[in-house]
Design a binder for this molecule. Sequence first.
Ligand code: ZN
Length: 293
Amino acid sequence: MKFSGLILSALFFIVACGPRELDPDPASDCSNCESWNQPQDPFRIYGNTWYVGTAGLSSLLIEGAEGLILIDGGLTQSAALIDSNIRAAGFDPLNIKAILVSHPHFDHAGGVAALQRLTRATVYTSVEGAKVLSTGELQSDDPQFLSGPEHTGFPAIRNVVAIGDREVVSIGGVDVTAVYTPGHTPGSTSWTWESCALDTCYDVVYADSLTAVSAEGYRFVDGPAADQLIESAGTIADLDCDILLSPHPFFFGMQDKLEIRGEGNPFVNNVACMIYAETSLDWLQQRLQAEGR
Ligand SMILES: [Zn+2]
């Protein structure tokens, strides 16, 4: 009896103290979910900055001397791919100290709750974004609110810290600055940091989505979102920017750039933020014309 009791407590000890593993939330269902969630091999973009997302949804890892920063978590079903990409790139997800979020939509924040439980990292986003992340439900001023919680909801996230415009998150020797860029959502946040290799340092900008997309029935003409998008495009265009990244890899031409990677580093392009801003304004103009302005 005594012996089997010992074995049982030894087993309990092994289970309780074994490595933490990802405990994913139920998969989201949407028309683009399957194509967005196709696997993508992780790769180093430049210096301390790695791509660890899926083929259609960005997730970035920034390597500091004493800890890692993750940006965005894709869909709920992306969390497992991100976890394995981080490991495949040679990092331990348990060293992630902070998870930064661009905007609180289910395709960028859906996987964050599970990744937060795994890593026990603090989650940072804007004041407006934090309200949505903490509940998993959009507020009524979000252009996608009218689609309803069954389409727009995602797992609520614990341990969210709201950060102000131009405030800095410093983790493990890396400083990442939050830049408010509202419009696509009221809480949209871009993030910028420096990435160095050998003697050359570049300013990296993770520019949040500036697309004027919404639920049916919403009009950009009627609310503040159109003016916010115009101002945010100006903000992005004015940033020091050598490398542009964004929540959908399509917006920074990731696949095309990977194909020509042998010839230098195609991710380095100091006019990319300007072009991103101009393209967004063109899309907004089309949307406003369609709405009859
Ligand atoms: Zn979105």
